[in-house]
Write a protein that binds this ligand. Structure first.
Ligand code: APR
Length: 243
């Protein structure tokens, strides 16, 4: 993997690092990404399912059981997945004493935590959580093998997965943490994301605007115009070769 010497210099000498990850970081664990790139072996999710039907409030209201069952299927798939070397390397880097490393993820799979990361800012929620659509009460009961939408024990509303759907606001605290981490870093790594979904995709520009160096790690360069160094390759190899 070609890593520019200047990029390596920034990785080794940055004081304050912010890492934004996307589905590509979990790809090596066998988790399908949302938008495939040419060499990707696994079919991407949005090439098989309509995001408006499966990952929007309108889609849920139109057919709650269809959406619920799709998330139950994704959970069953994820249950068999393990964190990969990229997750583990990021977790180890976060424990570094010489550099402050903040992890922000768009992923909802919990694999960063499983890989040892204690502090993870989850911009799009977490697929293992559920809450009531109407009263927002967290639903803590197990939901394995439940095929129909559950009625909220508090208000009789509909229990939904605690992920952010298209058109929904990001969790305020998560977005605030992500903004502040992007404003205060001197190195911003964008890893395994197509940089197509805002506002997460705008964080690199925030970092760049205050003088951070931006490095993108992706087998396929994205259109992001703020990248200083583009490392063409897979996340695990990048972290194993650069840290
Ligand atoms: N290492 C690094 N990058 C990889 C790897 C890998 N092993 N495999 C694939 N990629 C790259 C792909 O080239 C692609 O650019 O990961 C990116 C994955 O892009 P998406 O599937 O669009 O995932 P992401 O950017 O996280 O999507 C953002 O869109 O649908 C919503 O909520 C969903 O959080 C998701 C958001």
């Amino acid at each position: 993997m070609e890593i520019d010497n200047d990029a390596l210099y920034h990785i080794k000498n940055a004081k304050c690092v912010t890492i934004l990850t996307g589905a590509g970081v979990s790809a090596e664990s066998g988790v399908a990404t949302f938008r495939s790139y040419k060499d990707e072996t696994k079919e991407s999710l949005w090439s098989q399912y309509d995001p408006q039907k499966m990952a929007s409030l309108e889609g849920f209201l139109e057919n709650p059981n269809r959406v619920w069952q799709w998330y139950q299927w994704r959970r069953s798939e994820l249950k068999t997945k393990e964190p990969n070397d990229a997750h583990k390397a990021i977790a180890k880097w976060q424990q570094s004493n010489s550099q402050s490393v903040t992890l922000i993820t768009q992923n909802v799979d919990g694999l960063h935590q499983a890989g040892g990361s204690q502090n993870v800012t989850e911009l799009h929620g977490n697929i293992w959580g559920n809450h009531c659509l109407q009263c927002r009460t967290e639903y803590k009961e197990g939901v394995d093998d439940i095929e129909e939408v559950i009625e909220c024990p508090e208000c009789g509303g509909q229990i939904r997965p605690s992920v952010v759907w298209f058109g929904e606001a990001l969790p305020e605290h998560a977005w605030r943490d992500a903004e502040s981490a992007s404003y205060s870093c001197d190195l911003f790594l964008s890893v395994g994301t197509s940089s197509q979904v805002y506002p997460a995709a705008g964080l690199a520009a925030l970092a760049k605007s205050q003088g951070a160096t931006v490095i993108e790690i992706n087998p396929e360069p994205t259109e992001s115009s703020v990248v200083d160094y583009c490392v063409k390759g897979i996340a695990s190899k990048f972290f194993l070769e650069s840290l």
